[in-house]
Design a protein around this ligand. Structure first.
Ligand code: ZN
Length: 86
């Protein structure tokens, strides 16, 4: 019925970003407070490339630069063994 809406399902709306943002919001990537909504981007908790949906329940805010860094890591190599140094 609304298949036209399927064209750009990857992008979250600016309205959702405003809705999610609140004072003291913690970036889940670096653990620091996001001070301004202008410094935030909406990110998929479950990556879109892995089937995560573009819905509010799968949305989180990250710093703009953190979101970029995270995406770079996922794109580069998601299966590195960096945690095996116990
Ligand atoms: Zn951050």
């Amino acid at each position: 019925m609304t298949e036209a809406d399927m064209t750009d399902q990857r992008a979250f709306s600016p309205e959702l970003k405003q809705k999610l943002f609140h004072e003291g919001y913690i970036c889940s990537y670096c653990g620091n407070v996001i001070l301004s909504v202008d410094d935030a981007e909406v990110d998929h908790v479950m990556p879109y490339s892995l089937g995560g949906e573009t819905v509010e329940s799968n949305a989180q805010l990250l710093h703009r630069h953190c979101n970029r860094e995270k995406n770079n890591i996922i794109d580069a190599d998601w299966s590195t063994e960096e945690d095996n140094q116990d």
